[in-house]
Design a protein around this ligand. Structure first.
Ligand code: SF4
Ligand code: SF4
Length: 501
């Protein structure tokens, strides 16, 4: 037997005075870490399998467990850090690409945390968000650049199809396959109650969820899984997925082991076959090609649905967005490089793309300069963690934001970042029926509604403090932002002044 070079990342610490050997931890851990040792009459743990998902810790009735990061270490080396060495061991063992899930954990700058928000003082009174109307409703889609009137001088109100959002937050694309039936149902129920939208991702729409169509964005990705006329017409909008923040430039891969009966039917692919979405759409190699697909989808839905084009935030994002805005698309969704994923090559996730804050600022600025900002709405995602991130995104130029990781955390995700294993102990990123039933969709939906409602209260409170009473007045209002600890170039790209200026 070869030597195993990898030392466990975590240690399971069990307080033997508290442990009653009830074996709950054993039943709850799909990674088979815990077991009962007949010889000693005590529980024991195989720490090499622990991913630190906290399921056993949360459900232990006597609070006997904690998981700690191991202090086993390599000799200090600023260049060859322990994780770098461990990755080399892993690849020397497997010969394969390293897989990862969720957003990058690397220590890149988070610009949301380097921007501060303004508040009204003596000369510009704040607005009382409790007693005065605060408008967080917003509409996404192409806007008229000039007001048109009929022969009687009446304003012609017919506009391109719009998405009406009660709160400027939507649930981002997560496919049925990458997340469970119950996770999808939680998102659909919550979107319906909140008056917002959830997104099918590239996995098609399960027949049970057609009833939530008014609050659904249906996605068309390169694999075209589950795409048919009924599907396109079922949603409120159609999203063409060109790229994803966590893995720009590459496609997706859902292993055959996850393609059970329901998923195979929904995706319209054979049972247990790998679901591979190629990096490019094989019919799109230019903006003209994209335009053809945009209008093909509009034709297929009798021009009743706004079309979203989703791209990853990459180096020339403002030029790319300018092209998309001219393609006939109604909404551009930009996914930053900190965005999550069910599975991606670790090197791509951690090294490709750019932060959403910089991408958003440069796209909004470019579209304004070109006089085409009204052609499209901008939706941004890729690690929106709180209401203040939402507020800053809108002040930087977004019309609305997409959230996914925050929504999964609300459902119980503990960010163990092993979604690709299919063994999510919280019933979210799994298709194992025993694990899926751990997530109750009614409870999940209630938690999502609570989260977004709480964020909406905070949004209104902060907008009131700024003396602003509508999302429309906040959008692109960069005077409300100041940078802190940023260099001149960063401030220029963000289009904001430094704090104190
Ligand atoms: S993988 Fe999760 S449930 Fe299993 S031992 Fe580790 S923390 Fe506990
Ligand atoms: S969804 Fe599940 S597997 Fe993925 S990071 Fe969250 S807890 Fe871990």
């Amino acid at each position: 037997m070869g030597i195993n070079y990898l030392y466990p990342d975590f240690e399971v610490v069990r307080n033997q005075d508290r442990c009653i050997s009830c074996r709950v931890c054993e039943r709850q851990c799909a990674n088979e870490v815990h077991s009962f040792d007949e010889a000693t009459g005590r529980m024991k743990a195989d720490e090499s399998k622990c991913v630190n998902c906290h399921r056993c810790v949360s459900l232990c009735p006597t609070r006997a467990l904690k998981i700690v990061k191991t202090d086993h270490t390599f000799k200090e080396n600023a260049n060859w850090k322990g994780e770098v060495i461990q990755d080399i061991y892993r690849q020397a063992e497997s010969g394969g690409v390293l897989l990862a899930s969720m957003g990058t954990p690397k220590d890149y700058p988070v610009y949301w945390d380097k921007m501060l928000v303004n508040a009204s003082q003596v000369t510009n009174p704040s607005i009382d968000p409790l007693r005065e109307p605060m408008e967080t409703r917003t509409y996404l889609g192409q806007k008229e650049s000039v007001i048109k009137r009929d022969a009687n001088g009446k304003i012609i109100t017919k506009t391109a199809p719009q998405l009406k959002l009660e709160i400027p937050i939507m649930f981002s694309a997560m496919s049925y396959g990458s997340i469970s039936y119950n996770a999808h149902k939680s998102l659909a129920l919550a979107a319906q109650e909140l008056g917002i939208y959830y997104n099918t991702g590239e996995g098609g729409l399960h027949e049970d969820f057609y009833q939530y169509g008014k609050n659904t964005i249906v996605q068309v990705a390169s694999g075209r899984f589950g795409v048919h006329p009924g599907y396109l017409n079922a949603g409120a909008a159609i999203e063409i997925k060109m790229g994803q923040g966590a893995k720009p430039g590459i496609g997706g891969h859902l292993p055959g082991s996850k393609i059970g009966e329901d998923i195979s039917k929904t995706r319209m692919i054979p049972l247990h076959s790998d679901a591979i979405s190629p990096a490019p759409h094989h019919d799109i190699y230019s903006i003209e090609d994209l335009r053809q697909l945009v209008f093909a989808l509009k034709e297929a839905t009798a021009y009743t649905k706004p079309i979203i084009v989703k791209v990853a935030a990459v180096h020339n994002i403002s030029a790319i967005a300018s092209g998309i805005a001219r393609s006939g698309a109604d909404i551009i969704a930009i996914d930053g490089f900190r965005g999550g994923t069910g599975a991606a090559p670790a090197r791509t996730r951690d090294n490709v793309g750019i932060p959403i804050e910089l991408a958003l600022a440069s796209v909004d600025e470019r579209l304004r300069q070109e006089g085409i900002r009204g052609n499209v709405s901008l939706v941004v995602g890729g690690s929106i963690r709180s209401s203040s991130d939402v507020l800053k995104a809108i002040a930087l130029g977004a019309d609305a934001v997409y959230v996914a990781t925050s929504a999964l955390i609300a459902l119980g995700c503990h960010l163990c970042r092993t979604c690709h294993s299919g063994k999510c102990n919280w019933g979210i990123a799994t298709q194992n029926p025993e694990l899926v039933k751990r997530l109750n969709p009614e409870v999940g939906s209630e938690r999502l509604v609570n989260l977004i409602t709480a964020w909406n209260h905070e949004l209104k409170e902060m907008m009131g403090g700024m003396g602003i009473n509508s999302i429309e007045a906040l959008r692109g209002n960069r005077l409300m932002l100041r940078g802190i600890g940023l260099h001149e170039t960063e401030l220029n790209i963000l289009g904001i002044k430094h704090a104190g200026a």
